[in-house]
Design a protein around this ligand. Structure first.
Ligand code: AMP
Ligand code: MG
Length: 451
């Protein structure tokens, strides 16, 4: 009996329901926080700027002193005495009527001054400065708190820190930040045919390319990776690998062996070591995907990991919300050490890459407490025809061409890794949706998916 395929969005939602609660928090130097996920809101104790300051090299003045210049027909320049000099980092005296202060970019505006006249618009004569135009109140002054107000949240919990965000935290004086600890991922690669580069290739064997793709992807996501390498196609070896992998990680990721042929041992192995759901997802490439849980150790807390998931392979996520579910947020919080997540990716290289990007990546981000995990598609013009779409949602390998449209790689086969190197992204094409050249399609650049 053929099961209906599971819509991609349902599979993703069902997967994300399992991705909680998030990994614990730790404190790191702001200088080393790039790529980490904030565990708590970051507030500023400071106003930024901390005081009104000058945006120009020039003169701090009182507008009232130059009010006469507002009448442009009068033509009489105004002279003010320069009574002080205020470089950045120094604090001047209050400015009295009839005085100007020489001031430099970033320097605090002295009390009494209400505008800066840039030096190009003033003329120095001895210890006086001559003005010919009337400044507008507040000109060239950066106001206190204009960028950041004291007490406000500047970076909410769940933010994945970028270099800019680290800079923002530093700009309010924060030397350390509370972030989620890195997600620990153990991975292995199933297949008797797998050979490592550097070794001779015997007849019928292939080099293990998925290992290089998946380990690098996980590292780019900020994971701590334990790589168990190639595992032969046997139930015993697969079970043993699962047990080793489950010792000290949050998530196990594997490639291969998730079809239902007799050489596919991942399903029975995970079932023996925990619990598994095998999904046939309506996506191409990448139809088969396994999600499950593997017991960390039989004695670890005694939780029965087989109680929590619906077993019918549907997208019903209510199981994790029920009281019997050991991985619902509350049950899990009481015994987080009892199991690790398991995701089994298909073996075909493009399938494993695409399922990683579209399903594992959001899952890992969610484990780190990131809320918004959906990649943002960019509407782009297709400069290709795709007249016979699949009944599954397709992720086509494309690249931006010189005309501002998208070209498609000729061979969209799920084993053709070349397509993913030639391409600079994917078109996310709905099921049964033909594309004609000129149509607008949803483009997902690798640049957004690979970090
Ligand atoms: P499987 O999912 O195990 O049925 O594998 C599907 C296809 O992907 C087969 O042609 C495998 O030889 C190939 N394959 C499996 N694992 C890898 C890997 N790690 N690197 C490259 N190709 C693989
Ligand atoms: Mg295999």
């Amino acid at each position: 009996m053929k099961r209906p395929l599971q819509p991609f969005d349902d599979a993703l939602a069902a997967l994300l329901v399992q991705a909680g609660p998030v990994v614990p928090a730790e404190t790191v130097d702001t200088l080393a926080a790039d790529g980490r996920v904030l565990a708590a809101d970051v507030r500023s104790d400071l106003n930024v700027p901390s005081h009104d300051n000058s945006q120009m090299d020039g003169y701090a003045v009182r507008c009232a002193d130059l009010a006469g210049l507002a009448d442009t027909t009068a033509g009489q320049p105004v002279r003010l005495r320069v009574t002080q000099r205020i470089p950045a980092g120094h604090v001047g005296q209050a400015l009295a009527a009839g005085e100007a202060a020489r001031i430099f970019t970033g320097a605090r505006v002295p009390d009494g001054a209400d505008a800066i006249v840039m030096q190009e618009e003033a003329q120095v004569e001895g210890d006086e400065v001559v003005f010919t135009a009337c400044p507008s109140a507040g000109q060239w002054i950066r106001r206190v708190g204009e960028d950041i107000r004291a007490g406000h949240v500047i970076l909410p919990a769940g933010t994945r820190l970028t270099p800019q965000a680290c800079g923002l935290a530093a700009s309010v004086g924060l030397a350390r930040l509370d972030v989620r600890r890195r997600v620990r991922v153990a991975c292995f690669f199933t297949g008797d045919e797998l050979t490592m580069p550097g070794e001779p290739l015997r007849d019928g064997a292939i080099y293990n390319s998925n290992r290089f793709v998946l380990v690098a992807l996980l590292r780019r996501l900020g994971c701590e990776v334990t790589d168990l390498g190639n595992i032969p196609d046997s139930l015993a070896a697969t079970r043993e690998a699962l047990r080793r992998a489950a010792r000290d990680c949050d998530l196990i990721v594997t490639s291969g062996g998730v079809s239902v042929g007799e050489e596919d041992h991942v399903k029975p192995a995970v079932e023996a070591e925990g619990e598994l759901r095998l999904w046939q997802i309506a996506m191409k490439p990448g139809k088969p995907l396994a999600y499950g849980r593997v017991r960390r150790a039989p004695e670890a807390g005694g939780a029965d990991v087989s109680a929590g998931m619906s077993t019918d392979g549907t997208t019903d996520s209510s199981a994790s919300a029920s009281t019997s579910a050991p991985v619902s947020a509350s049950a899990d919080a009481s015994n987080p050490a009892a199991f690790v997540h398991f995701i089994g990716l298909p073996g075909n290289p493009v399938s494993s890459l695409v399922t990683f990007l579209m399903l594992v990546r959001p899952f890992v981000l969610r484990l780190q407490g990131v809320d918004d995990v959906a990649p943002r598609a960019i509407p782009m013009r297709a400069d290709f025809d795709w007249p016979r779409p699949d009944r599954r949602r397709e992720f086509l390998r494309v690249r931006v061409n010189g005309e501002g449209g998208l070209a498609q790689f000729v061979n969209q086969g799920s084993a053709v890794l070349t397509s993913t190197v030639w391409g600079d992204g994917l078109v996310d094409n709905p099921p049964e949706h033909p594309v004609r050249a000129g149509d607008v399609v949803h483009y997902l650049p690798f640049a957004a998916l690979l970090n």
